[in-house]
Design a protein around this ligand. Structure first.
Ligand code: NDP
Length: 394
């Protein structure tokens, strides 16, 4: 690398955001232009002290005021902004080359799209933005020249196993991809115990330390459902070219099956700093700080077919990508609301898939031809989901 890359980290106080800053901290190739969070003032103040960004955005207005006072008191010159349009501003700023999109959920849609529309290198962790706006998102990247490097470990693995010009060559060369899944914390828990599982149990992932929303998604396997949709848009694949294989050790992060019988896989210890470092340095390489994989110390690697009856959210993901249009946006919205209700302990773990299925059955699918249609579908699905939770499930 030559001159330092200027980076904006959206969601810097989250699990992916913190790992991103940990990788950057070990390198002189990056300067931090801007950071963002929702309400975690303490951690944002520490990050401003350490990385001296020009701008810090807090989506929550009260937290922005608290941060501004704190930084002024501590003599830190970072400018504090608030609200959603400030997120779009830092994501599209001329002073930024690379945007790490690591806000959780639909709140990441507008800033991630702003980064894409302004032709940045976008390190995409916020899968929900692509799931919601799929074709529009990819079309915006083609128009602006934005380079999208997936940070989800599975998609990053596929990306690493494909040639750089995969857009043009993939249909002739690739038969299918296989996304591996850890199976989450309840892989071996009998389904008849799902009703009694608590949020803390659901968030205790055996292999990955992640934010609470994605941890619950991993426990229901909706995370893999969302990832099927994400892979379909990122790599231009049909649903029947994407398979899921449960691999509890999380060493092989995904595989590409070529038409000549070759299978390319990417392996690494389960540590998000690996895909993050790949995205940061792409197309070069840099140290990530992750431990080197030692296969001689690994227990046997296992591979199992997923159980779609025990984990119906995975089936819902396959159905949504097959239907297309606004269905993935409905799936995403209903899932976010159902997971939030489970984390508040308003509903049981085993009710999550049935609520989402009810919302999917009630909202008609439309062509997802504009952001306005997608956003209004998102609102409709959320409000229906909240109604159903109050009426049928509490
Ligand atoms: P976390 O919950 O740990 O962090 C979320 C970040 O988003 C925090 O900085 C949070 O701020 C901020 N945030 C939350 N709500 C809002 C909002 N309404 N507006 C603006 N900012 C907001 O999530 P993760 O880091 O686990 O996940 C981030 C994304 O990356 C998700 O889309 C997830 O699916 C994806 N991902 C995560 C992986 C992981 O290992 N964690 C792996 C692969 C993908 P605050 O701290 O102030 O609340």
């Amino acid at each position: 690398m030559t001159s330092p890359q200027r980076i904006t980290v959206l969601g810097s106080t989250g699990s992916v955001g913190r790992n991103t800053l940990a990788v950057i901290e070990e390198s002189s190739n990056f300067t931090v232009h801007a950071l963002s969070a929702n309400s975690n003032v303490d951690l944002m103040a520490q990050q401003c002290q350490r990385f001296q960004p020009e701008i810090a955005v807090m989506a929550d207005a009260h937290s922005a005021s608290k941060l501004a006072v704190r930084l002024a008191t501590e003599g830190i010159p970072t400018r504090v902004l608030e609200a959603a349009d400030a997120l779009e501003q830092i994501a599209s700023a001329a002073d930024t080359d690379v945007v790490m999109a690591a806000i959780v959920g639909a709140a990441g849609l507008d800033p991630t799209l702003a980064a894409v529309n302004s032709g940045k290198r976008v390190l995409l962790a916020n899968k929900e933005s692509l799931v919601m706006s799929g074709a529009l998102f990819m079309e915006a990247a083609r128009r602006s020249g934005a380079v999208i490097v997936p940070i989800d470990s599975e998609h990053n693995a596929v990306f690493q196993c494909l040639p750089q010009d995969f857009d043009a060559t993939l249909p002739q060369q690739v038969e299918k991809i296989v996304l591996t899944a850890s199976g989450g914390p309840f892989l071996h828990t009998p389904a008849d115990q799902f009703g009694a599982l608590t949020p803390d149990q659901a968030c205790a992932h055996p292999k990955w330390k992640m934010g609470r929303k994605i941890s619950v998604d991993s426990a229901t396997m909706m995370n893999k459902g969302l990832e099927i949709i994400e892979a379909s848009y990122l790599f231009g694949l049909n649903a029947d070219q994407i398979e899921v294989l449960v691999h509890p050790q999380s060493i092989i992060h995904s595989m590409v099956y070529y038409r000549d019988g070759s299978v390319l896989a990417q392996l690494a210890n389960p540590d998000m700093r690996v895909p993050i470092a790949h995205g940061l340095a792409y197309p070069e390489r840099m140290p990530s700080g992750a431990a080197t994989l030692d296969l001689s110390q690994q227990p046997a690697l296992e591979f199992l077919q997923p159980d779609l009856d025990k984990f119906p959210c995975l089936r819902l993901g396959f159905e949504a990508v097959t239907t297309g249009g606004t269905m993935p946006a409905v799936l995403n919205a209903a899932n976010e609301e159902a997971v939030a209700a489970f984390l508040r302990e308003d509903i049981r773990f085993d009710q999550i898939p049935s609520i989402i299925a009810k919302v999917l059955a009630k909202i008609p699918c439309e062509a997802a031809t504009s952001l306005a249609i997608i956003q209004s579908t998102d609102r409709e699905a959320r409000s229906l989901c909240k109604e159903l939770i109050i009426k049928d499930f509490i």
